[in-house]
Design a protein around this ligand. Structure first.
Ligand code: RUQ
Ligand code: CUA
Length: 627
């Protein structure tokens, strides 16, 4: 019996035990799974909360992102990451009539595209001041200024003589004294002809120093610096203790004249180029320059003491000055290390002539004398941003991540994956002397599986990261059009846009009363001085058909239209059927376009911007009488 009892009892007990154990294990496991799910859900929920800006509420930051080869600037609100505006800069844009109006046509000249890589907000005492935004076109050698009162491009300078692809720009000095434009390509000065076999003798790098007159809203070229035939990459201006100096990175110090992929990756080290812009400014004021193609060219080899080289790991892609102005950080794209350099040590080394030789007549400062820390950040380090607690955030293109480290101690603190291949990152007030330390946006070159597929080419992505704590937290991913290169994030209350253009009765070509609208004919020139007001056009107040313009075939016709609706957001447009003419006229604005009426017939015209319930009735005719 015992045996029998034992026979059934033991299996029963052990079976029960096993069952209980499995149940417990399952329960524990389930609980763990569940809590893991919960915490994941919790993380997503809190991320969603942190980016949610309910209807009627506004974002706390503007993010100005470069639009790359679209030639535009994209404006986002942060933290919602909603895109709120496209500012056309180097490329025509029909919604705004940009490239059709007389003024914008003149600004764009013969160019219909640009490659807008870097944006820079104007600064006062090293703080973003919200007055203007600068950008450069690295293809057609131009610089642009955008007025942040109207969010419109107000001036384009260029093509600037002697420059070839100002990729490293735009970076402004702490009081917006200058916008520097160093070149990516070396070429013979002034587009002269010389075969690439004469690269070493004939080709040069150049750095342009451009100034902006905030009152006249005009850019002009102040002077240029002749540089060795290398490629200059992203740069930064000194601040606080290093104010008056600036630094740019270079590659192809090998001076390869073809197949740069291999040719420019031979040397173990390239250089950072340090220059004393306040000193050069004084030299140029004294007349120490040579005029080349209309530019005042300063030669730092002939007049030493203003430009120095510092060794850096091979093929660097940028250099960034810390908010306190005490350090500058650069990495070689092909080495996993970021080097933190010390400005004070740099000045001391210059004073003591602590050099390790020279290249192309420029002294090379001894690396060991100026290096503060070497930090293992990860693979493919590109650009660095900062918070307000002494931390740096370096993007890692190859690792698809961002590494956070303390730039004083060199200690790596955190690393966060991003989707995918980040170029730049932009921190809140990140290039100023006082970053906010709360948000960082990773500007990624690839999004792969992040969004619904739109075919073989996917959108780029902007990822919002919370950097307020010890660990970085991913908050949001917003798609972007090609191609975000750089962005700056500025406190929303620093930007003070106007609501309507001021009623300025002295403004050329403006008309402010319906009864004053008129048409002037001088031979073949027909000038229409009209108004747009909800919901009609008046071109000729004295005519029985005030919204009809009659011209002869072959006439040169100009429409000058003033929008006299001085109400927020009441924008009109004017488009002429079949004539490929369109413009936008914002409240209180006067705009014009001109064309030759070479085709005869009847051409309906209409307001293109929905302005009222009777927008559809806001029409008229252009009548072109055949010859
Ligand atoms: S560069 S992605 Cu055109 Cu700013 Cu480094
Ligand atoms: Cu005016 Cu639509």
């Amino acid at each position: 019996m015992k045996g029998v009892k034992k026979g059934w009892f033991t299996p029963l007990i052990s079976g029960l035990l096993v069952g209980v154990l499995i149940a417990v294990a399952f329960f524990v496991n389930f609980k763990q799974l569940n809590s893991a799910n919960n915490s994941k859900l919790g993380a997503n929920e809190s991320a969603a909360e942190k980016t949610y800006v309910p209807p009627g509420k506004l974002d706390t930051y503007y993010l100005f992102a470069s639009g790359g080869h679209s030639g535009n600037v994209f404006v986002y609100g942060v933290p919602s990451m909603r895109r709120i505006r496209t500012i056309p800069v180097f490329t025509p844009e029909s919604a705004a009539g940009y490239g059709w109006t007389t003024e914008t046509k003149k600004m764009l000249g013969k160019f219909t595209w640009g490659d807008l890589h870097h944006v820079a907000i104007s600064e006062t005492k090293g703080e973003y001041d919200g007055r203007a935004l600068f950008a450069t076109d690295i293809q057609n050698n131009r610089a642009a200024a955008i007025d942040l009162k109207t969010f419109k491009t107000v001036d384009i300078l260029g093509p600037i003589p002697n420059l070839n692809g100002p990729h490293c720009a735009a970076f402004v000095t702490p009081n917006s004294e200058y916008i520097f434009l160093p070149t990516r390509f070396s070429a013979p000065i002034g587009h002269e002809y010389a075969d690439v076999s004469q690269f070493k003798e004939k080709y040069k790098g150049v750095m342009g120093a451009v100034q902006y007159d905030f009152n006249k809203k005009k850019l002009h070229l102040a002077w240029e610096v002749m540089l060795p035939p290398w490629s200059y990459d992203l740069s930064d201006a000194g601040k606080k203790t290093s104010n008056g100096w600036a630094v740019m990175s270079t590659y192809n110090t090998e001076e390869a004249n073809t197949t740069l992929e291999v040719g420019a990756s031979q040397n173990d080290r390239d250089y950072l180029v340090i220059f004393n812009w306040k000193g050069i400014e004084k030299e140029v004021a004294k007349g120490n320059y040579k005029v080349i193609n209309g530019a005042k060219m300063f030669d730092p080899v002939k007049t030493p003491g203003f430009v120095y080289l510092v060794p850096v790991a091979k093929s660097p892609h940028g250099v960034d000055v810390t908010p306190d102005g005490n350090y500058y950080i650069s990495s070689g794209k092909l080495s996993p290390t970021a080097t933190v350099y010390d400005w004070k040590k740099t000045f001391k080394a210059i004073q003591n002539k602590d050099f390790q030789g020279e290249a192309r007549g420029l002294p090379i400062i001894r690396y060991e004398s100026v290096r503060h820390k070497e930090v293992e950040v990860g693979l493919g380090p590109l650009h660095t941003q900062f918070d307000n607690r002494g931390n740096a955030y370096t993007t890692l293109f190859i690792d698809s991540a961002i590494t956070k480290f303390n730039y004083k101690t060199g200690k790596v603190i955190d690393k966060i994956p991003v989707q995918y291949a980040p170029g730049h990152a932009a921190a809140a007030e990140g290039d100023s002397v006082s970053p906010d330390g709360n948000y960082l946006v990773s500007l990624n070159k690839l999004s792969k599986d992040s969004y619904l597929s739109v075919g073989p080419s996917h959108p780029e992505s902007l990822q919002l990261i919370d950097i307020s704590g010890e660990k970085m937290k991913m908050l949001y991913s917003a798609p972007a059009d090609p191609e975000p290169h750089y962005a700056q994030m500025v406190k929303a209350d620093k930007i003070k846009p106007i609501e309507v253009y001021p009623k300025d009765t002295k403004r050329p070509n403006s008309v402010w009363k319906e009864k004053d609208a008129h048409i002037v004919r001088h031979g073949k020139n027909v000038d229409v001085y009209g108004i747009a007001v909800r919901s009609h056009f008046v071109f000729d107040a004295k005519s029985k058909t005030p919204d009809v313009v009659r011209v002869n075939q072959g006439d040169k016709v100009t429409f000058h239209i003033t929008n006299i609706d001085l109400d927020e957001d009441i924008t009109h447009g004017l488009g002429i059927t079949s004539y490929n003419e369109n413009m936008e006229i914002q409240p209180g604005e006067t705009n014009s376009f001109s064309f030759t009426a070479d085709e005869s017939g009847v051409f309906p015209l209409a307001c293109t911007n929905f302005c009222s319930a009777l927008h559809q009735e806001m029409t008229g005719y252009l009548l072109v009488k055949p010859k």
